[in-house]
Design a protein around this ligand. Sequence first.
Ligand SMILES: NC(=O)c1ccc[n+]([C@@H]2O[C@H](COP(=O)([O-])OP(=O)(O)OC[C@H]3O[C@@H](n4cnc5c(N)ncnc54)[C@H](O)[C@@H]3O)[C@@H](O)[C@H]2O)c1
Length: 339
Amino acid sequence: MAKLRVAVIGCGAIAIRRHIPEYAANSNVELVAFADPVPGRAQGVADQYGGVAYTDFETLLREVKPDAVSVCTPNGLHAPVSIAASRAGAHVLVEKPMAGSAGEGEAMIAAAKAAGKFLMVGHNQRLMPPHVKAKEILASGKLGRVLTFRTAFGHPGPESWSVDGKESWFFRKQDAIMGAMGDLGVHKSDLIRWLLDDEVVDIAAFVGTLDKKDTDVDDNASCILRMKSGAVGTLVASWTYYKGGDNSTILWCENGVLKIDTDPNDQVIVELRNDTQERYRVGAMATNEKQTTSGVIDAFVTSIVTNTPPSISGEEGLRSLKVILAAFESQANGLVVRV
Ligand SMILES: NC(=O)c1ccc[n+]([C@@H]2O[C@H](COP(=O)([O-])OP(=O)(O)OC[C@H]3O[C@@H](n4cnc5c(N)ncnc54)[C@H](O)[C@@H]3O)[C@@H](O)[C@H]2O)c1
């Protein structure tokens, strides 16, 4: 079978650390082109992996006509680049948050549908081994209903992650649309929806900028969520956990508690009301410092090769985005917002 011709648009941190090496390791893929407006950035990866370098993604799409595209640009470009790629006849894997508004998300879904191509969103938290294990335990029913939860994602901020460091687009609203909420909060709105197999119906949130300088985006958010099932819980996103980074989730259920990433060795712990304990060592969560294979790229390629719609679809990405957008609305109006 002919290999899938893949292009990567945006050649910064996530492209270099995950998308490009994971495509390169996939035997169904040929990396054919890269685009990045910063001179030398696309060429640098083309020199290492083969393929043609462009400074302009539109020329890439027109000249290369790739079968599939990863969109790894700043958030504000996710919608225009994804829509252009769909119109050029490519399957699209777009990074999170999928868009800056619900309208953009809907337009991306419509463009992929009109082209008869897939749209997948890079919500890699769903594929991390501790979360896969937790989902399996919840599905077994042994814990009963989830009653309340807390989920959090905090680290020191994108300064040490983005290829542009302190000067990064991550700190500019025009390019990023949102700060810690778009970077980290949307990971957790997606995770909690998926883990609980439930939808957020109401949200109350405080979102603001507590410590980062020279920025017009949020660096912290604390939210209270009410789910369709009636479960209530909290979601926290922070760029100011300068010490004590957190990527943990705890679910208190009818029959006990499920703890994810609260212990350095055992990533998933179940404590039942009858005092029995189960501890699972299933592999660590990826951190900025320690990357593990995300699995997102392989899942995208498998979808295309087997002609099976991706489970982390545009529609899923949009529902997770809408939770975050509602949190901003709650902050702006001082109200509990119906998602
Ligand atoms: N799934 C995850 O865990 C995860 C982790 C980090 C980042 N991300 C997402 O990935 C996306 C990229 O983030 P990053 O960390 O790689 O940022 P980055 O700052 O390291 O890289 C962004 C790159 O996009 C390039 N770019 C800007 N305008 C462009 C254009 N018009 N065409 C092509 N490229 C363009 C920049 O020059 C830069 O090289 C963001 O949406 C971010 O939210 C996801």
